[in-house]
Design a binder for this molecule. Structure first.
Ligand SMILES: [Zn+2]
Length: 152
């Protein structure tokens, strides 16, 4: 349980890092276009095209790179990062589980059970704290267990 939460968090951090990295790289590309007067050119499309062919001294840092690889890297980072974030969000809403501490009203035995968050919300938790009929794992009677506590 702890492990899956940790995994989700690291995916979230990875997606967010990639998306931010992509945005920063694309902003640098836009800034270079702006600095090289691409936006004031009468034909912006061909000015952008030629900027892909020209080596940018500042971005290349002596490596002889043009703006094209930066644009591609920026777009890939942004797309991959966004996809990871979207997939993670969907998975969390589907499988978000809560560990509940249940108590048998007859023998007062307590045990832990994993419930989905949507199920708890559908019964009206935390206002409603009794579950539908369960068999108590200790006294084996059909009871309505009380939710003593929940933890993630
Ligand atoms: Zn019991």
């Amino acid at each position: 349980m702890r492990l899956t939460i940790l995994k989700k968090k690291s995916y979230y951090a990875l997606g967010l890092t990639l998306a931010i990295l992509g945005i920063i790289v694309l902003l640098v590309v836009v800034w270079r276009w702006w600095a090289t007067d691409v936006f004031s050119s009468p034909d912006i499309i061909s000015a952008i095209n030629s900027s892909f062919g020209n080596e940018d001294e500042l971005l290349g840092l002596g490596l002889g790179l043009s703006l094209l690889p930066y644009t591609i890297i920026g777009i890939i980072c942004l797309v991959v990062g966004s996809v990871i974030l979207v997939l993670r969000r969907e998975r969390v809403t589907v499988t978000e589980e809560v560990t509940t501490l249940l108590e048998c009203p007859l023998c007062k035995h307590r045990w832990e059970e994993s419930k989905s968050r949507t199920h708890l919300e559908s019964i009206g938790y935390p206002t409603v704290r009794t579950l539908s009929r369960h068999r108590c794992p200790k006294c084996a009677k059909f009871i309505r267990p009380k939710i003593v506590a929940t933890k993630k």
